[in-house]
Design a protein. Structure first.
Length: 317
């Protein structure tokens, strides 16, 4: 079993609880006009798939034990676990921990294999089913992920993470009502579960429940007022309501929090153009293009008036 006096597995569990299942924000699913939430730069550089080691001052695998001791990174931790498993090949906790490390390194197949081994040694490890389900979600094997989350819930009915993961898998399968229900159960079990509010808001937006989406994104902002993507998503909902001034405020807040977020400039530019703020709107569109937003150089939307203004903006560039 995992030695709970050793800070390494505890730290890894904490990390995976923060990083797991951000996929709804990683551009894997079309969310209409809602700007996509990319993987947070605090965990890794903006490379799809969450395949990089988190670049933190203190390594994610272990806590610093003394001021002069250099912490281990995930690759070092993986080597430690490889050695430990060679010495103790029937310890399910070691396989489960190595699965977490492999997941964080983007080796989702390897993670699934390790969780398979852990479950074979101890079929009652509810958390191993949750983690394997998360890895299957990352591999887009949603039906298999749902099976794992179902088993985790059978073994551990109050597992908020299992409901969260199952909600995500059902979202990807466009089973919106079931996804919303699962995120609601996760929230009931873990108050202040910001990721669950965020994901549920995204599903509600796709299901055209704009009132519910607005409530969820506002709740995220209440809990985490520095979450730029919550402002982006709430602004998109407010656009649907025609609340353009309020949407403009949210986009501006998001830009203040993430000044290099191209989607925020592009979206704010569109709102400014709708508000007849042509000069400011064109400047936002230009800024978005300079930050890599391809659509900014292709025109704004299907509306003839916005196409006209888009052409005017391009002539100014």
């Amino acid at each position: 079993m995992i030695d709970m006096t050793n800070p390494a597995p505890i730290a890894i569990i904490a990390i995976i609880s923060l990083t797991a299942l951000l996929c709804p924000f990683c551009g894997q699913k079309d969310t209409g006009n809602i700007p996509e939430k990319e993987t947070e730069k605090t965990w890794e550089e903006k490379i799809p798939g969450k395949a990089n080691i988190p670049k933190t001052e203190q390594g994610p695998g272990e806590k610093r034990k003394s001021p002069g001791q250099k912490p281990k990174n995930l690759h070092d931790r993986l080597e430690d676990l490889n050695r430990a498993i060679r010495e103790n090949p029937r310890d399910p906790g070691l396989y489960s921990e190595r699965g977490m490390v492999r997941y964080l390194l983007g080796d989702y197949r390897g993670a699934v294999a390790d969780y398979d081994a852990a479950i074979a040694l101890n079929p009652k490890l509810a958390d191993a089913y949750v983690r394997r389900g998360e890895a299957k979600n990352a591999l887009k094997e949603y039906a298999g992920a749902i099976d794992d989350f179902n088993e985790a819930i059978r073994l551990k009915p109050r597992s908020a993470g299992a409901y969260f993961g199952r909600g995500y898998a059902k979202h990807m399968l466009e089973r919106y009502n079931e996804s919303i229900a699962d995120y609601g159960l996760a929230i009931d079990l873990e108050k202040g579960y910001t990721k669950a509010y965020y994901n549920r808001g995204t599903v509600r937006f796709e299901a055209r429940d704009y009132k519910g989406a607005l409530e969820d994104f506002s709740r995220v902002i209440d809990l985490e007022p520095d979450d730029a993507f919550a402002y982006l998503r709430r602004a998109a909902v407010r656009e649907k309501y025609g609340e353009l001034r309020e949407a403009l405020e949210d986009y501006t807040k998001a830009i203040g929090l993430r000044p290099r977020e191209a989607a925020a400039y592009y979206s704010r530019g569109k709102v400014r153009l709708r508000l007849k703020m042509d000069e400011e709107g064109c400047e936002d569109i230009r800024k978005a293009g300079s930050l890599g937003w391809k659509a900014a150089s292709d025109g704004m939307s299907a509306r003839s008036e916005e196409r006209r203004v888009g052409k005017e903006c391009r002539s100014r560039w």
